[in-house]
Design a protein around this ligand. Structure first.
Ligand code: ATP
Ligand code: MG
Length: 317
């Protein structure tokens, strides 16, 4: 097989988050409540994954879009701080950067106001497919939000990278069966499908874990890895292996980006050649570290740090 220039290409949803903690309520009228912490983060199923993966040592290529606004400039700057390659981040004056105001409650839950932006407008032209395929693992994060790429363009890209020998991972932003057509388009080219269980249920219209995984295996997915929030994660291989692993027993600060950090951890595990159980544990360790601080990837530091956390932290019983 041809050697790849990157370990990881992360395509899709890149967003700017401004987060405040702890959020209790919207002040009445034009009032003001004081909070203890406020920060910014690059987030999204591709953005969080790119930075978390880079922190853990993967040579990472970012593929997406931002506007020529303050948020977009900062997102690109922040990616570069972690040595993520931004050559395939499109940056256009007439676009707005996808951005969120995130209000994180003391229990870690995080209602948000989101402005859709360049995630829905950027396009990977077929002439650039080979650049994306120059990565061992290709991650498509944010199917359902990528208006210009969802459907046939994403299918063509993922088909191409599979043919070039890449390992593919897919995460979604999906709330109902209406998103199924966009997701369906890429499932035949998906090695690891990594939605939350809520998204898997919404897309399939099914409740039971085994029914949900069968639904996606029947559509071409080799391996389903569903995240179950505080209940952990569920792995199912099309050839029959399946298991559930509980989450780590942690004090949560902010769950923003937990699923996206899981995607990064799983990609690291693939690149390191870890077995499936250890891969799911390692991905959850990445999520748990993500949840320990305010904003996506806050607590993720390095491969060794995540590995030691995984080895030394108890799981929920
Ligand atoms: N309260 C929690 N306690 C411990 N671990 C958690 C908690 N919430 C999430 N996690 C960890 O994060 C992983 C992913 O979380 P979750 O299923 O909430 O992702 P998600 O809904 O896709 O999130 P995102 O919106 O960031 O994509 C879980 O598998 C679990 O390991
Ligand atoms: Mg998710």
């Amino acid at each position: 097989m041809v050697a790849k220039g990157f370990d990881y290409a992360s395509i899709g949803f890149y967003t700017f988050d401004c987060l405040g903690w702890p959020f209790t309520a919207v002040p009445p009228g034009g009032g003001c409540y004081f909070i203890d912490e406020l920060t910014m983060a690059v987030s999204g199923a591709a953005g969080t994954a790119a930075i978390a993966a880079a922190k853990m040592g993967l040579k990472t290529l970012a593929v997406g879009g931002v506007g020529e606004d303050l948020m977009g400039t900062w997102v690109l700057e922040r990616l570069k701080q972690f040595h993520v390659d931004t050559a395939m981040m499109q940056h256009q004056a007439d676009w707005k950067t996808s951005s969120s105001i995130v209000t994180t409650r003391a229990d870690g839950s995080r209602p948000a106001l989101h402005m859709k932006g360049a995630t829905g407008t950027f396009v990977v032209e077929p002439k650039h497919f080979a650049d994306v395929a120059n990565a061992k693992v290709v991650h498509l994060g944010g199917v359902g939000l990528m208006d210009a790429m969802d459907g046939a363009p994403n299918a063509a890209l993922m088909k191409y990278v599979k043919e070039q020998g890449c390992i593919t991972t897919v995460d979604v932003f999906a709330g109902s069966k209406d998103d199924l057509a966009d997701v369906d388009a890429v499932l035949p080219y998906t090695d690891y499908f990594m939605p939350s269980i809520e998204e898997a249920r919404a897309l399939s219209g099914l409740h039971d874990l085994a029914d949900c995984t069968k639904f996606f295996h029947d559509r071409g997915v080799t391996c389903c890895v569903f995240t179950l929030g505080e209940d952990g994660a569920f792995y199912s291989h099309a050839e029959g292996t399946h298991f559930k692993i509980p989450a780590f027993d942690i004090t949560v600060k902010c769950t923003c980006g937990c699923g996206d950090a899981f995607d990064a951890g799983y990609a690291v595990a693939i690149c390191k050649g870890l077995d499936p159980e250890t891969s799911v544990r390692f991905a959850q360790a990445t999520s748990a570290l993500n949840a320990s601080g305010l904003g996506s990837q806050a607590g993720v530091e390095s491969f060794e740090h995540t590995w030691n956390f995984m080895k030394n932290t108890p799981i929920k019983r």
